[in-house]
Design a protein around this ligand. Sequence first.
Ligand code: ZN
Ligand code: FE
Length: 258
Amino acid sequence: MNLLPLPAFTDNYIWMLHDGLQAVVVDPGDSVPVTKALSDLGLSLQAILVTHHHPDHVGGVDALRDATGATVYGPARERIPVPVVRLSAGYTVECLGLRFEVLDVPGHTAGHIAYYCPAMDGAPLLFCGDTLFSGGCGRLFEGTPAQMLRSLDQLAALPGDTRVCCTHEYTLSNLKFARAVEPGNAALLYYSSRCEALRAQNLPTLPSTVALEQDINPFLRVRHAAVAQAAQARDAQVQQEDAVAVLAALREWKNEFR
Ligand code: ZN
Ligand code: FE
């Protein structure tokens, strides 16, 4: 199986999974890079997986469905271009001989879902849309900090070797913020220099892994003393043992961080 991040717009990735004949794409905000990859690689499109309703994730759905007849899967509780197979937690999707479990991960949007495959070429695979980014998390456009914490906890509980396929290349700016939160985190400093080298060569920093994110991502580390202390130093109202308040303070801090 081949896993490719197709760059789209300025910093989106449309993830493509293919076996040399058939392909699946996730969150095609634009049909053009997908159509080009399909024709360059001689693939037919079997399915389109959508995580949430934002235009940079669904903009190419209609054109791709019309051109290929691919089946579109998406969140039950959001407006996705129809016809769409509506999914929520507990559903599974079979494609390319793989089984994806659907997870409800509200926070960035109210009905956001993620797709988790327990085994793809020997390790798990996660398509998490705009919920989890390397070093960060999505903005809370429609959900609450408590919802986002529950969603991130759910993703952090997946096996450590789960490959995390996020839909944006936000890693360097997220890591800059992460270093402001946790300047003493050695794993974070090491990972930052690795990602800077990758971006200098215009290479993707993704996929990440769950184990790596647990070590470096402040939004997965809200129960670590250093992160909770930093959140309290930023907002004196925050109780360090209140993980929801720590996450909320981090998210607000990140929104203003340059
Ligand atoms: Zn989004
Ligand atoms: Fe997005």
